[in-house]
Structure formats: C-alpha cells, structure tokens
Design a binder for this molecule. Structure first.
Ligand code: WT7
Length: 701
C-alpha cells in the first residue's frame, strides 16, 4: 500500500533539523518486461547483504572480477577509519575492463563516441580496438614518458574516446590517474597537478562545444605555470589531437616538453604491455572534489575494492548486461563518469556511449536523436540536465523512436514534478528510474531502489543499496527514527569497498571531516564505532526510503526555522511556467534570514507579475507563511557551473550585495552582470562584508 499520508509537520525545530514539509508520493512499479530481463530479481539479496553477513557479503562483488591472486581477508579494520579491502588480493583494472572480454566480445563496441558536429558520424571502438589503443598508449607512457606504478599523471581532456584510453593505459601500469574536468581552467588543473605531484600532463588540443572548436591546449600553458608556481615541475605535456595530424590550437608546442601523441604513437605500433598485477589496496586514481573554496581535496580511490563496488552496483542497480547500450551523460571528469561511464560498464563488457558536446546543441532534440540512432537502452543523467531538457523542449522526446528500459538520476535531489516528466516523457512510461544518492568520496551508489525489486517513489532515493546501512543522527548523535518526519544528518554505519582510502596527503582532514563527528571512541578498532558522516540532510520515511534534502549547510534559517532550499525550489517548480528555481537566503532584520527566489521560465512564457504572485502563493500554501520570499526575480538563465549546477552562491551574493567572487569557471559568466543589474540596478553598489553563513552558503567543498 502506498503511504500517501502527508509527512507529519515538524515540531519546533532545533539547529540540527531541517523542517520537513514534503508530501509523501505514490509508488511507481517497474514493468513486468523490465523485471523479466533484470540482473537482480531475487529479494534474497537483502538477506545475503544483511549485517550478519558483513563484510563477506561483498565477496559477491569481488567475484565478478578476474584476480591474479585471491584476497585472504575481505576487510581489515586494524587502523580505523583507514579500512582495507580484499587484503592480499592482486588485480589490474585495465585487464578487467579490456583483456578479459576479448575471447567473447572482441568485435563488440566497447565505446561509441558521438562528436558534437552532427555531420561527423559516431565512432565505435571495439574491445579489440580498445585493447590495441590502450596497450600502445601504455607503452608510450612507460617507455617515452618514463612512468611506473605509483606515479601520478594529471589528465585534462574532453569527452572523447582518448580520455578513457588514457585512464585505462595508466591503470594498466599501476600509474595513478587524476582526471580534471575538461571544463575547468588551466589554473584549476595546475593546482591539482601540483597537489598530486604529477610531472606529466595529458591534454587534448581542442574539442567542440556549442558549435565552436575550443582551443583547449591553451589552458595547458596556464596549468604548467600554476603547477610550477606551487613548486611542481612539469616535464612533459602529451597532446592528443582532435584530428590527428591537424593541430587545433594556437598555443605553441614547447620543445622538449610538449609532443603530439599521434606522432609518438607511431613508434609503439603493435606494442603490448602486460598489465601490472596491483595490490588490491594500491591507489587507482585521485578525484579532486569540485569545491569552489578551500584547497581541493584529492579523494584517493583503491583498486580492488573500488572495482568490485562499481562492477557490482553497475550490474545490480544500473542493470547493465553486455548486450546493453548504456549512455551516461555525465562528464568523465566527475566521479560519476569514472564509475559509471568507464570502470563499471566496461568491467561488465557493455557498450558505453560518450558524447563530446552540449546536450542542447544544435537544438533540443539532440539527446533524443543520439538515443534513437545508437538504440541506447540505459540512460543516466542529473536533475539539472533533466530540468534543462524539459525547459528546452518538453515535448521533444516523443518525436523520437528510442526506448529506454532503465534511467538514472544522480547529483542532487530531484523534484517530484521533474521526476514525473522524466518518467512519463523521457521514459515513455516504460523505463524504470533509479535515484542514486552518493558522493565523490563514496566510489559508487549508497542509496537507491533495486530496480526490479523495490517500487520507485518520486523524490526519494530509496533504501541503502545492498550492504550499505544508512542511519540518520541528530546533532547529538541520537538516531532519528523512520517515520518521525524529522530530518537529520545521514550517515553510513559501516565501511564498504567503494569508500575512498583517504584525502591525498591529508590523513587528518580525512578523519576530521568524515569520521570525527560521530566517532564513539577514537581508539576503537570496531567499525561500528566509526559512522561515515556525509554532510547531507535527509529524512527517513516509514517505508525505509531516504529522501535527501541537500547539503547540511544549504539551509535557510528563517526565524529559527530551518528550511531546506530544495523543498522551496521544488514547490516553485509546481507552478507550470517555471523551468528552474533557485532559493537563496537574504538578511532580514527581524527574521534573521528570509528566502529570496530566482526563477527561469519555460520557453514561450514572458515574465509577469501574475507568475511571481503565483510562486509566492504556492510557497505559502505548500510550505507555509514562513517561506514567504522577500522578492522573486525572474531571470533569463541561472548562473551555472560547466557541469550544470546552479551557483546559488553567486545569486546569494547578488541578493545581499556581497562580492560574487570568482565566476570565471561558470559556463555562462555574462549572465551574472545581467542578473546583478536586474536586482540591484545599473549602478554598481559597494559590496559589503557579509555574515559568515552567507559567505559559506552554497560553497561546500
Ligand atoms: C553531493 C555529492 C556522486 C554523484 C555526483 C555528485 C548530492 C548526489 C544525489 C541524489 C540528492 C544528491 C548530495 C551529495 N547528491 N546524488 N540522488 N539525491 N542529492 O557528486 O559532486 O561529490 O556531490 O551531491 O548533496 O552530498 P559530488
């Protein structure tokens, strides 16, 4: 029976709580057709991964891989919270994603790249071709660049096949890769290269975005200079060319330092490099979190446990089979791309699609044309992208003949309104949806429904995935019970194989930031005393489903009442004309903070006072008078990061006349001044020193 009762109104809230006004949603069931073909249909999985079988339950995931030597111990807890997984095991990630599929699948596509220009055809790289290219590039890395196991390499590349080829070549040698999102600046790349101690950078000369061939190599100059300023010398910059033989950048090639990969590769034609059997605990890669403030954190992921976790969750939660054509629209420069474009899908011998460009280029039908042409059947993207697609072309999906069996949403809470559009329009009422909650630090999914077993509930991620035991604590460390209607801090009680090993070079920060808060005894060697603190607010319904409310510091304290920005935004989106909403706090003498709303409208609607009034009325009815905004601004577009996240920090700065800070990494920096003029007037007001919570708002690193 669906639980359709409204969540109980939160009683007087304390600092640790976020008031919860979400209405419970109806369940949706997977179709019998989906269930009939799914990898995981036996509910006994819950029993197999129950706490009494922990940690050995995770052997089931490790056994999906091919090992040189089997592990002796599943989990070693002797140095908490630095857990060790599959101790004594020897494995190579590149072998598992490439070589082991040759016998059965060598002529099957491993990767299909879709160039942004629509007159360039998609390119399929078979497993055999991937094998050849990974081997040859690994030979180049080893023999030309002098790299060996344990060295670090920083990779700053766009979404083309050469990026996973570079990663898999590193993994073949045991070289630790650190991929920096292609849309980041050269400076960001240089800082990360310096932090990781990389002396080799791998670049691409250029790539297409919104119809323009971007000069990407130019950013390498800045990266090298920045790294050197930080004390890290860069000896080599290896430059792939978007069109081999034709240099797409105006930046000079520095003699002795820069080389074209396609030139040097000629010397390694036919080379084969034996994969290096790595210790299960050897680091596979670093992934820097995309914080806009503070020093970037290099999340260090291990080889064995990470590979086991992404393979197991790709099989059970993404329902990937070797026959599937799987398209995750994330960028490989984020953890989602590492786990669920490259390592998970390829370990399962799937076909993984990589699209070079902008989803809405040249028009709102592009994504669906790609899905139709490649006959994609598993689709994976974020609420931001879904909102963007809905805004650009709400009726586009039905014009194209594609059929998804499975869709994923990840990265932020999805508003039920948007979920339903995804389900009905994009999924055509056929596809199952999983809302997967996790973080860069986690390696793979933490909460999600099991697609053929658990019903879906719009806006809720679901229960912990197999072997993950989440819990909600209040500020004092008391458990917040299911069905109480109260929110708190979601934590994971147990270690799991995908959890990162540490922050590169900063063990103290690792312990402080993720474990100190709820650690029961710093001397304890029992994992039960070391809950992992995720810094997200969440509420647990009586059906065991977690609803994620966003980062714990993304809240607005109105007269002592903590409002989750997400639920306000979700309410705004029920007004039919509204495509996107962002809520920020503004200083109010009486209430402390009050919300201020930014909205962008769907195409074809002009801003009117009538829409503004309806947004206010909706907030008052859905949340209460407490949520009445100071002002509602209708803007042409939101300031967004290159990965599509709305920069609430920038909007909060405009609303409060604070300094907007660094906006150079935005996808659309010009919009900031337009919004500023609309909100503050033409004349530039003198920026003020804001209170700490406003300066911190939306800047969680
Ligand atoms: C933060 C992690 C690894 C996924 C990509 C983002 C938010 C992530 C969900 C979801 C609600 C979500 C959380 C989390 N988040 N997935 N399904 N529902 N919120 O990785 O950049 O490390 O961000 O994204 O707030 O802490 P990330």
């Amino acid at each position: 029976m669906p639980d359709t009762r409204p969540a109980p109104a939160a009683a007087a809230t304390t600092e640790s709580q976020i008031a919860v006004h979400w209405r419970e949603e109806e369940y949706f069931k997977p179709s019998p057709k989906f269930v009939a073909q799914a990898n995981l249909t036996d509910p006994a999985v819950n029993e197999r991964f129950a706490e009494k079988n922990f940690p050995e339950c995770f052997n089931e995931y490790a056994e999906m891989l091919t090992w040189y030597e089997r592990w002796q111990k599943t989990l070693d807890t002797s140095d908490p919270p630095f857990w060790k997984w599959f101790v004594g095991g020897k494995i190579n990630a590149s072998f598992n994603c490439v070589d082991r599929h040759l016998a059965k699948y060598k002529n099957k596509a491993a990767i299909i790249t879709v160039p942004e220009p629509e007159d360039e055809d998609p390119v399929a790289v078979t497993y055999q071709e991937l094998f050849v290219r990974v081997n040859e590039f690994a030979a180049l890395l080893r023999d030309f660049a002098g790299l060996k196991a344990g060295d670090r390499v920083t990779i700053h590349m766009p979404m083309l096949a050469e990026l996973p080829i570079t990663m898999l070549a590193c993994a073949r040698l045991g070289v630790i890769h650190s991929v920096v999102f292609g849309g980041f600046s050269g400076e960001a790349c240089g800082l990360r290269a310096a932090d990781s101690g990389s002396r080799v950078l791998v670049y691409m000369d250029g790539y297409y975005r919104s119809g323009k061939l971007i000069d990407h190599k130019a950013s390498a100059e800045i990266a090298v200079a920045t790294a050197e300023k930080e004390g890290q010398k860069i000896d080599k910059v290896l430059v792939w060319r978007r069109y081999p033989g034709k240099y797409a950048s105006a930046a000079p090639m520095v003699k002795g330092r820069d080389v074209f990969v396609d030139d040097v590769l000629k010397d390694y034609c036919g080379a084969r490099v034996d994969p290096v059997p790595m210790d299960a605990e050897a680091p596979l890669f670093l992934m820097y979190t995309s914080g806009t403030t503070g020093k970037p954190k290099g999340c260090q992921h291990r080889t064995g446990g990470y590979m086991a976790y992404v393979t197991g969750t790709s099989k059970y939660i993404q329902d990937i089979h070797p026959e599937d054509t799987y398209w995750c629209m994330a960028d490989i420069g984020w953890i989602t791309g590492h786990s669920y474009i490259v390592y998970g899908p390829l370990a399962l011998a799937a076909t993984s699609v990589i699209y070079e460009g902008v989803p809405s280029y040249p028009d709102a039908g592009r994504v669906w044309r790609i899905a139709q042409r490649l006959d994609v059947n598993i689709f994976h993207t974020s609420p931001t992208a879904i909102r963007m697609l809905r805004k650009a072309g709400p009726d586009e999906p039905k014009k194209y003949h594609y059929h998804f069996k499975h869709m994923t949403t990840v990265g932020e809470p999805i508003e039920p309104e948007v979920w339903k559009w995804y389900y009905h329009e994009v999924g055509k009422d056929e596809a199952v949806i999983v809302d997967t909650w996790w973080q860069t630090e986690n390696g793979g999914f933490l909460c999600s429904t099991k697609p053929a077993i658990d019903p879906m509930k719009p806006g809720s991620a679901g229960p912990g995935v197999p072997g993950i035991y989440p819990i909600i604590y209040d500020e004092k460390g008391e458990e917040v019970k299911a069905g109480s209607g109260k929110a708190g801090n979601i934590c994971i009680r147990n270690p799991w194989p995908g959890i990162f090993q540490t922050i590169w070079g900063d063990r103290d920060r690792f312990v402080r930031q993720y474990y100190a808060k709820y650690n029961k005894d710093p001397k304890s060697k029992d994992w039960r005393d070391w809950p992992y603190f995720a810094a997200d607010g969440a509420v647990l319904a009586s059906d065991g489903y977690f609803r994620i409310l966003g980062r714990v510091d993304d809240v607005i304290n109105v007269a002592g009442h903590r409002l989750g920005t997400k639920e306000l935004e979700s309410a705004c989106l029920t007004v039919p004309e509204v495509a996107e909403a962002a809520v920020v706090p503004v200083v109010d003498e009486i209430k402390g903070r009050v919300p201020e709303i930014y909205i962008a409208l769907k195409p074809g609607y002009a801003p009117t006072k009538e829409i503004t009034d309806r947004v206010i009325a909706t907030l008052e009815t859905m949340i209460g008078k407490i949520a009445r905004p100071k002002r509602v601004h209708i803007v042409p577009d939101m300031p967004k990061t290159r990965s599509g996240k709305i920069m609430r920090r920038v909007l909060a700065a405009i609303s409060n006349t604070l300094d907007t800070g660094d906006i150079t990494t935005l996808a659309n920096p010009d919009i900031v001044e337009q919004i500023r003029v609309a909100v503050q007037g033409k004349e530039k007001l003198k920026t003020q020193e804001g209170p700490e919570d406003l300066k911190q708002f939306g800047t969680v690193d």
